[in-house]
Design a protein around this ligand. Structure first.
Ligand code: HEC
Length: 123
């Protein structure tokens, strides 16, 4: 029995080392993400991907909320402040009776970056 236990323990110890090695390798993808941001990915898109937006919105298909292409077709740069406020406060009525949930913790500045990105989808 004791011999068996020692074998298991030493086996577990051996597994620790490969894990440490793979942790070191994880640093590479992180650098790649930073590079793609530097390569010109829209800051608003990064914020949208990092938030909950894509649960209810897709770029080209209506899901719970309107597609971002529909939003882009309906509005212009003059509406950026209004739309940013709507993202923060939530609300309904412009597309139907389903409300958008509020994003109370979001800054007006970040919300405007997201709207600016959405408007680039205008056809
Ligand atoms: C719970 C689902 C849900 C989430 C999460 C969500 N939305 Fe919405 N969104 C909606 C719905 C529903 C509408 C339509 C509201 C209406 O009819 O006025 C909408 C509308 C919009 C509009 C158009 C507003 C208008 O008045 O025409 C924009 C812009 C928008 N969302 C951006 C975002 C962004 C950016 C995020 C992430 C921070 C987000 N949404 C997260 C459901 C959601």
């Amino acid at each position: 029995m004791i011999c068996g236990l020692i074998a298991i323990v030493s086996c577990n110890k051996k597994e620790v080392n490969p894990n440490l090695d793979s942790n070191v390798m994880l640093e590479e993808p992180v650098n790649t993400v930073v590079d793609s941001a530097a390569a010109g990915k829209h800051e608003g898109l990064a914020l949208i991907e990092g938030g909950d937006c894509l649960t209810c919105h897709k770029m080209d298909v209506r899901v719970v909320g309107p597609s971002y292409q529909e939003v882009a077709d309906k509005y212009t740069e003059a509406d950026i402040d209004m739309l940013a406020g709507k993202i923060i406060e939530g609300g309904k009525g412009n597309w139907g009776e389903i409300p958008m949930t509020p994003h109370a913790g979001m800054s007006q500045e970040n919300a405007k970056k997201m709207v600016a990105y959405i408007l680039t989808l205008k056809k």
